[in-house]
Design a binder for this molecule. Structure first.
Ligand code: AMP
Ligand code: ZN
Length: 138
């Protein structure tokens, strides 16, 4: 898509540090890494978010995530890997081309802020009502 920086990365118009590629996906190092090894996996076909991406491409991204996460285990020996994907500017999606973040946490490394939310018990009736509404809309 015109003006999309990740489409430009796929076309080689913007440089990137390639980690993995196959016919459907491209993976590269995040240029503002939250941790060492922070990697993004994107579909080669432009799609803004999970409502737009094809099932085949989202499947390919998750298959690639297993390969890359396995390689991260070998190379970096992380104690965990956070997998994150944002949909919409209101939840801080900055680049409007679908991307899955793989963020490895090193042993002894600082905590990953985005995984540290506070657990506050909810209203069970409300939880049930909303869960049922979503389920019924599928
Ligand atoms: P978000 O849209 O908030 O999920 O995150 C966008 C991510 O893309 C950020 O982590 C950026 O550091 C990363 N990013 C933006 N431009 C580039 C680039 N040219 N090369 C690598 N990573 C990038
Ligand atoms: Zn794009």
């Amino acid at each position: 898509m015109e003006g999309c920086i990740f489409c430009k990365i796929i076309k080689g118009e913007i440089p990137s540090i390639k980690v993995y590629e196959d016919e459907r996906v491209y993976a590269f190092a995040d240029i503002n890494p939250i941790t060492d090894g922070h990697t993004l996996i994107i579909p080669k076909a432009h799609a803004e978010n999970l409502w737009e991406i094809s099932e085949k491409n989202i499947t390919a991204i998750h298959q690639a995530s297993i390969k890359i996460a396995t390689a991260m285990l070998k190379v970096l020996g992380p104690v965990g890997i956070a997998v994150m994907q944002l949909n919409g500017k209101e939840v801080n999606q900055v680049v409007m081309h679908y991307h899955l973040h793989l963020i490895p946490k090193a042993a002894g490394g600082s905590k990953l802020k985005m995984t540290e939310w506070e657990l506050v018990p909810g209203d069970v009736d409300k939880i049930k009502g909303i869960g049922e509404q979503i389920g019924a809309a599928i």
